[in-house]
Design a protein around this ligand. Structure first.
Ligand code: NAI
Length: 726
């Protein structure tokens, strides 16, 4: 057996168990970990010299979480329910053994402890953590469609009571150490160098108690344990209503967590742990969890670790960058880079526009300051890093420039020329264009090899994704250095090959196009909007079109028409948008007029005149909600498959991450490729064929690759033979 633990007993009878996974930079929770924990605990419990146990780690974090490789393996070959139950219960029972062994156990958290790692700590009798801004604890499992299955829900419940535990678990909150101390999830914070001494001092003190509060006679859960208590009854009722309103019951994890607390509060600890374990297994067997784990955890972690970075190229550290255009996007990019510690030269047409771009950072930072999320000093430091100017010569020592001026080829070419005059020859030139092919833009510069697309999303500082677009001539160094920049911003990159609309814009466009097309068919706009939201899209296609701007969509179509000439195929929504913009001057939220009518106070309602322009079908002839959902969804699935077949996407993982984290594809489906695997590719093909015939449309046209996959019984993930050929 590989032992992950070091066992040492001192003269005071304190057994220090140091988790130190061999040949690894972090401790992961795999079977070796569990076996090691069991054997070392058994040894310490049986060791007559030992009067107390100290659990700590030799790595920079306490326990990093579940092992990605074994998780991935279990997604491909899922264990049977009873096997999973045994595994889960075995671990939960092991932690229960630790907390009831009669010997006090202290967790000395020398670094972040999230998920399973924090569950181990919660089963200790006392938790001391280092006092560091990097120290985080929490149970974020809900974010990947799961719940903490090793006692986390029940120990939160018994420590905090339902009212505090429920929101923390439903939001998967990761807490800074000070906040966790405040709540009572941690017992003490100390300077890192004092950690072990403090843990030993507790074990040597009279306070060292080998019994959890909930195992003491007369224990009561804070706030009570009966739904008959009016506050608790109301809380559960309100939570049920909120879950419906926020998730439309598309996500089983929040419901299961709520049930764990509801049922668990009425049961003794050991029974409650079994209930938690059953819900954990139930969630694990649901494709929602599998898809969320794959996309939001496994594939996102790989992307964050720059899996697409060309190998053998030295890592670059961007210290100073340039941003061209200080509008909505440029200001956001400058702010994000300054927050990440980079100096930023922020250029616009005139000083006032550049200053306005910097003022955006000040506004955001002032808000953060008022909420206690930053300090005066940090705010001043961040602002001092941004130099608003019109002077391109200041770009002479930057390593990368991001262009974010108007979406107009000529304007972009002008600023490229000015920037290139000042920039060093090896600096990277990036464009934040939302749709113009990067290869074409690169041709207007003298450095097409050093040009790359960096497509940010709005608002930049909140959106986690950057779509990195490789132009035909982009070289490996440029790609690597651009990816390094994205990593420095702590954002997740996906890599796509160049094409009009790349991946995210066209994939998003397929959803919008389908929704808008329905308006002209006489489908009730409210039905369209609700159908989308009930399926899990955060916003309906008409609302989001208004937010993006109907005028921009109109201009985009015109630009594509001009670029492509006879090859231009107008989407079915283009005539509708054109009428709204040109005949009715409806540009979207920006002028208070779009599919919705916007009041001064920001409230909105669907524009009543839509029905006079496109008469609505009588109620009895309105299609079902599921038909509308299928149209919007399959238009996107067909487009994603086409992007992969055409090599716009190099891997389904980028499409899934990009869809979910960039353009609001429902995360519970795991992204378009995960959704196709879950539905069954044959079913997706059949539904796309049905829709294509019924609506006589190319919008549901699928590539040959998808039909071939059906014939060969392939899937996108699983054995993934499609990708093996790349
Ligand atoms: P914006 O209109 O808010 O900002 C553009 C800025 O560029 C303005 O401050 C303008 O003064 C400046 N500018 C124009 N011509 C210039 C010149 N010759 N020299 C220097 N500065 C000049 O536009 P926004 O929304 O920030 O978009 C910028 C780019 O980002 C566009 O290519 C757009 O397609 C793209 N984009 C926009 C997204 C969005 O959600 N708004 C999302 C992703 C990409």
């Amino acid at each position: 057996m590989i032992d992950y633990f070091k066992y040492a007993v001192d003269s005071d009878g304190i057994c220090t168990l140091t988790i130190d996974q061999p040949n690894a930079s972090a401790n992961v929770m795999d079977q070796h970990f569990i076996d090691s924990l069991r054997s070392n605990l058994e040894r310490a419990i049986a060791d007559s010299r030992v009067k107390g146990i100290l659990l700590t780690s030799a790595k920079s974090s306490f326990i990093a979480g579940v092992d990605l490789k074994s998780l991935e393996e279990s997604l491909i070959n899922p264990p049977q329910a009873h096997v999973l139950y045994e595994q889960c219960w075995d671990f939960s029972r092991l932690l229960r053994t630790m907390e009831t062994s009669g010997k006090p156990v202290v967790a000395a958290l020398n670094g972040t402890a999230l998920g399973g790692g924090f569950e181990v700590a919660l089963a200790c009798h006392y938790r001391i953590a280092i006092d560091s801004p990097k120290m985080m604890v929490g149970l974020p499992e809900v974010g990947v469609g799961l719940l903490p299955g090793a006692g986390g829900t029940q120990r939160y419940l018994r420590k905090l009571g339902v009212a505090k535990a429920l929101p923390l678990l439903l939001q998967g909150r990761q807490l800074k150490a000070a906040k966790a101390l405040d709540l009572g999830l941690l017992d003490q914070l100390v300077k890192p160098e004092k950690l072990i001494d403090a843990a030993k001092a507790w074990l040597n003190s009279d306070a060292a108690c080998a019994q959890q509060a909930w195992d003491k006679k007369g224990f009561k859960i804070p706030g009570g344990n009966s739904a008959m208590i009016p506050e608790l009854g109301q809380l559960f009722m309100g939570t049920a209503a909120n879950l419906q309103a926020n998730t439309y019951y598309n996500m089983p994890a929040p419901q299961a967590i709520t049930s764990c607390l509801y049922e668990g509060m009425q049961l003794p600890m050991d029974k409650a742990l079994q209930i938690e374990c059953k819900y954990f297994v139930q969630l694990n067997l649901d494709p929602v969890a599998g898809n969320m784990v794959r996309t939001a955890f496994i594939n996102k972690t790989k992307a964050d670790n720059l899996i697409r970075r060309p190998q053998g190229i030295e890592k670059s550290q961007h210290v100073k960058i340039g941003v061209l255009g200080a509008g909505l996007m440029g200001a956001g990019i400058a702010f994000s880079a300054a927050k990440a510690g980079m100096d930023v030269i922020l250029i616009d047409r005139d000083q006032a526009a550049a200053d306005k771009g910097k003022a955006y950072s000040k506004t955001r930072l002032t808000k953060a300051l008022n909420r206690g999320r930053t300090t005066e000093q940090k705010m001043a430091e961040t602002l001092a890093r941004i130099t608003p100017t019109t002077d391109y010569s200041l770009l002479q020592d930057v390593s990368l420039v991001v262009e974010a001026v108007f979406e107009d080829r000529d304007v972009k070419a002008q600023v490229f020329a000015l920037a290139e005059e000042a920039m060093s020859a090896d600096a990277v030139l990036a464009t934040n264009t939302s749709a113009l092919p990067v290869t074409g833009l690169a041709q207007t510069t003298s450095r097409p090899q050093r040009m790359v697309g960096l497509h940010f999303f709005s608002p930049v500082e909140h959106m986690p994704l950057v779509e990195v677009i490789r132009g035909e001539q982009t070289d490996d160094h440029t790609l690597a250095h651009a990816l390094d920049f994205v990593a420095q911003l702590s954002k997740t990159p996906i890599l796509v090959n160049d094409s009009r609309g790349f991946f995210t814009s066209r994939f998003f466009g397929a959803f919008l196009n389908e929704g808008i097309t329905m308006v002209a068919e006489g489908i009730n706009p409210a039905l369209i909007e609700n159908a989308a939201r009930h399926l899990g899209y955060p916003v309906g296609p008409l609302s989001i079109s208004d937010e993006v701007g109907l005028d921009l969509a109109y201009k985009g179509a015109q630009q594509a028409h001009a670029d492509l000439g006879d090859d231009f195929k107008a989407g079915s929504s283009v005539p509708i948008i054109t009428r709204l913009v040109t005949e009715y001057q409806r540009h979207g939220r920006k002028n208070g007029k779009g599919f919705y009518q916007y009041a001064e106070d920001g409230s909105k309602k669907l524009w009543s005149e839509l029905a006079s322009i496109w008469p609505q079908l009588p109620t009895a002839q309105q299609p079902t909600e599921s038909e509308l959902q299928s149209r919007m969804l399959h238009a996107q699935l067909a487009d994603a498959a086409t992007c992969l077949a055409d090599n716009v996407l190099v891997d389904p993982a980028d499409g899934d991450i990009g869809g979910c984290f960039g353009v609001g594809f429902p995360l519970y489906m795991g992204g378009p490729f995960a959704a196709m695997d879950t539905k069954g590719i044959a079913n997706v093909v059949a539904e796309c064929d049905r829709l294509a015939a019924q609506y006589d449309s190319e919008r549901f046209a699928i590539p040959k690759m998808l039909r071939d996959m059906v014939n060969k019984e392939q899937t996108f993930y699983g054995k993934n033979p499609v990708m093996a050929s790349r």
